[in-house]
Design a protein around this ligand. Structure first.
Ligand SMILES: *Cc1c(COP(=O)(O)O)cnc(C)c1O
Length: 214
């Protein structure tokens, strides 16, 4: 299945984040052997447990909601955080990155789904943050793009519309804030059930779990 998904992505120049949450080390190693290097976890504890057991060139992506008090555990090694959903957590990521003398790549998570359980920014709140003096002072985070999760539904046109909305947010913010920033290029969208639609709507990174481990 890994190769089939990789083939789907190649035509779009997109990357696969293999979502390894709840999967045992052996299953992750098997994907590593095939050539996979980006792995996504949604719980800090699970990521910090697994990280020392796998080769050092694995790139760990935090994809699930991140509590401020947990940032310090992943700050030394995390490769990218997809789930920045508040100014508060971004400030803490910046602080912990500074402590580790590094810069951490992040994505701003937007709420695009109909469901109210999903975390994420709206445009007004994100603009407030990006306009703030506090944000201007953050030297240890690199905002690389946006992330979003579509509604869990069989209505393909609804899913497509939500991804398209996220793409529009991306283009708008790029123009308003990140025109000169060559790191601002990523759109993390698409999961097992909807990654093909996400690719058609401009995804650069899909986060696939269940389909990959079938
Ligand atoms: C679990 C998870 C995924 C992967 O979902 P699948 O449907 O198993 O592909 C993607 N993104 C996030 C944020 C997740 O928590």
């Amino acid at each position: 299945m890994w190769q089939r998904i990789i083939d789907d992505l190649t035509a779009y120049n997109a990357r696969l984040v293999a979502v390894s949450k709840t999967r045992p080390i052996e299953a992750i190693e098997a994907l590593y052997e095939q050539g996979q290097r980006l792995f996504g976890e949604n719980r800090v504890q699970e990521m910090t447990d697994k990280q020392p057991l796998l080769p050092q060139d694995v790139q760990w992506h935090q994809i699930g909601h991140l509590q401020t008090n947990k940032v310090k555990y992943i700050a030394p090694f995390v490769s990218m955080i997809h789930s920045v959903d508040s100014a508060k957590v971004l400030k803490e990521i910046n602080k912990q990155a500074a402590r580790n003398e590094r810069s951490i790549k992040v994505l701003l998570q937007f709420k695009i789904a109909q469901e109210d359980s999903k975390y994420g920014f709206d445009m007004e709140t994100v603009r407030q943050m990006l306009d703030s003096e506090a944000f201007a002072q953050m030297q240890h985070v690199k905002v690389c793009g946006l992330m979003g999760m579509a509604t869990f539904t069989d209505e393909q046109e609804q899913v497509r519309a939500e991804f398209r909305q996220l793409r529009q947010y991306f283009e708008t913010l790029k123009k308003e804030y990140f025109l000169e920033k060559e790191d601002f290029v990523e759109l993390s969208m698409g999961m097992s059930g909807d990654y093909k639609i996400a690719l058609e709507e401009g995804s650069t990174m899909v986060r696939v779990g269940s389909l990959l481990f079938q």
